[in-house]
Design a protein around this ligand. Sequence first.
Ligand code: DSN
Length: 443
Amino acid sequence: MNFEYLKQTDKEIYDLILLELKRQKQSINLIPSENYTSKSVLEAISSILNDKYSEGYPYKRYYGGNLYVDELEVLCQKRALNIFNLNPDEYNVNVQPYSGTPANLAVYTGLLNIGDTILSLKLSHGGHLSHGDSVNLSGKLFNFIHYEVDQKTGLINYENIEELAKNYKPKLIISGFTAYPRIIDFKKISQIAKSVEAISMADISHIIGLIIGGAHPSPFPFCDIVTTTTHKTLRGPRGALIFYKKEFGEKINKAVFPGMQGGPHENIIAGIAVALKEAQSKNFKNYAKQIILNSKTLAKLLIDNDIKLVSGGTDNHLILLDLRKFGPGRGYFIEKALETADIIVNKNSVPGDTFPPYYPSGIRIGTPAITTRGMKEKEMIKISEWLTKIIKKFAINDMPDDKEKRQIIIKEFNEKIKEDEFLNKIRKEVNDFALQFPLPGLN
Ligand code: DSN
């Protein structure tokens, strides 16, 4: 893709895309929910499918001219079912959700009544915003009860889920998390759901690629509903899928359209279909395994360097660093300092955090994107050294509790790190290192 027309017609946007391309090429991306798509996926999503309206579902649309779009959407559904070996008499899939949060909202609004009780993991313990956080529409419309991880072990406490399920009799129980570094027992959670006649839903957005690659247990055939985004470990475009047991089909489909959305983004659906085909390859299985080898290696190196990890390590693609031994709220400083050195991470709450999500006490990192670029265990050594050096130097800055004082400290900190020689030196090393590993889609 060389953007030759854009360059001529809209130089401002062209320049920004090129700057972003340069940033991506020369930085190390450790955000566990990001990835790089293939050229084929990028071509599919930038195709003329973007221009077509196709409200409705295959063979039942509210617009004419959907002959090929119908075929395309059916093909995407087939590939989605095939990749998990699902029997189409038992499960079906909706491929239209624009992204993960709308997919989850479609499930809640389609299957439940407003105000019904749902059981899910708390945001600050690794759950997702759309799993009923009070600032999200999900939390405003439904009565969410949250389970937590065990503060000492950092692990899901299945007995606690069972107890809450018995006490609150939820209509839906959600498993599948956004900042949880360990294996999830989908079978156990869906058994708990069955025992209280609740629907079981797994949100596998983070780990879909690991499941397809055989590197994490599958939620099938245990869960009634499985939602997922398509742009994380699956390496597709930004979209989502809802798998459902057939008995829920009519309600789910009506909730997506016309309930939540209008016209589906058929260019994205084409890109998802391409990503699903790519994920069926042997290479993809190796990719999933390598993500975990890299993640476990990086976790061990960080522990050896005296960095504390939530749950003491990882089984999957992500690692949650607990920086509280330096003091609360230090995640903000570390995200910014690392970004100055072109190492991209996200600050994250840790279980039991006393500071708010914008100034949390942890850092979340992951290996899906760097593994796509071809980095292996050997490369984790250098990455762990840079992470450790920067954390140890910058986590000692005090993050005040008081809001006004915090603003002053942050302003000073952000000014100071721009000129920091230590970070600028590491940035040059990082740039040289990252440029050795090409991006698959846009070189
Ligand atoms: N923002 C995604 C993540 O980073 O986990 C979830 O929506």
